[in-house]
Design a protein around this ligand. Structure first.
Ligand code: C5P
Length: 297
């Protein structure tokens, strides 16, 4: 048998079913408590062991193809920790909007680490590499429904996954994570109690739409104050029948939870006609490292 030289993976987006900021740390990061949830919108990533060095080409939503891309940083760190010379060509199709709070860059980085590990099996501590690349990357090694604490890199996966129909919608703007965190102040912080309670309820199999009062995102007030189109779009989701409508992570996208797929699709279609990028899909218990992978010799 020849050695596997190519691995293709789907890199799913996430939403945050709760996101509470506890306070700012000495190192400049913020302590938080969040519930990450995978959704079925995904980038497509192929890693090839081909020519020496790290190479990247991307299509779809515009992203850098140099070391400013988290995939290149993740691959560089993987090879460094493995003690090997870098040899990877990464082909990425970006279906997840950028600067949207959907975790696309972090998910791509996690998929890169998973792909390299399949190809090289170099005994690298994947969690450590993921955490060093970015706060959200470790979540995407597992996916599904998970509690994130610390700066978001400490992950406890729920055995019960949240489920349901979701609409993602993007106002005509992107927000960098760093900018969003820069808008927070002590008035934005909270104690994390609602998110902890929501996680407990989800682990007991509760329906998300029955827990609407527990779904909070501490970024929402500051982001909607700074970017009024975000507030208007979230309002439109509620008017279209969403049981809950919230900011995705630190923005700029918003998501709505719907009781059925037909209502979700209709809402996405109406907003698309109004000029927005939208996506109607499902929350899912997806494991990027374990499922959806294809190998070629
Ligand atoms: O960890 P990551 O590189 O994704 O973070 C990007 C920026 O977001 C950080 O430089 C920091 O300014 C901010 N951040 C934060 N607290 C977190 C996560 C990110 O302040 N928990």
């Amino acid at each position: 048998m020849g050695r596997t030289r190519t691995v293709s993976l789907k890199a799913c987006a996430k939403i945050n079913l709760g996101l509470q900021i506890l306070g700012k740390r000495q190192d400049g990061y913020h302590d938080l408590i969040t519930i990450f949830q995978t959704v079925d919108l995904a980038d497509e990533l192929t890693v090839r062991l081909q020519e020496p060095g790290l190479h990247m080409a991307a299509d779809g939503f515009d992203v850098p193809e140099d070391e400013n891309n988290l995939c290149i940083r993740a691959a560089g760190l993987y090879f460094e920790v493995a003690g090997k010379e870098p040899v990877a060509t990464i082909q990425l199709t970006k279906n997840i909007p950028v600067g949207a709070g959907l975790g696309g860059g972090s998910s791509d980085a996690a998929a890169t680490i998973c792909a390299l590990d399949r190809l090289l099996d170099a005994g690298v501590d994947l969690q450590a590499v993921a955490s060093a690349v970015g706060s959200d990357v470790a979540f995407f090694l597992q996916g599904g429904t998970a509690l994130g604490t610390g700066r978001g890199e400490q992950i406890v996966r729920s055995p019960q996954s949240a489920a349901g129909d979701v609409v993602l919608a993007r106002p005509d703007l992107s927000i960098s994570t760093k900018t969003a965190y820069g808008l927070l102040g002590p008035g934005s912080y909270s104690d994390g109690a609602k998110t902890r309670e929501l996680f407990d309820r989800l682990q007991q199999g509760a329906d998300l739409l029955d827990c609407a009062a527990l779904l909070v995102n501490d970024f929402e007030r500051v982001i909607e104050g700074e970017y009024p189109p975000v507030r208007r779009l979230r309002q439109q989701l509620l008017e279209a029948g969403a049981g809950v409508a919230m900011l995705c992570g630190s923005g700029s996208c918003v998501f709505g939870l719907f009781a059925d797929a037909t209502a979700a699709r209709r809402c996405a279609e109406d907003l698309r006609k109004a000029g927005y990028w939208t996506y109607a899909g499902k929350m899912l218990n997806y494991l990027p490292c374990a499922a959806g992978a294809t190998r070629k010799q």
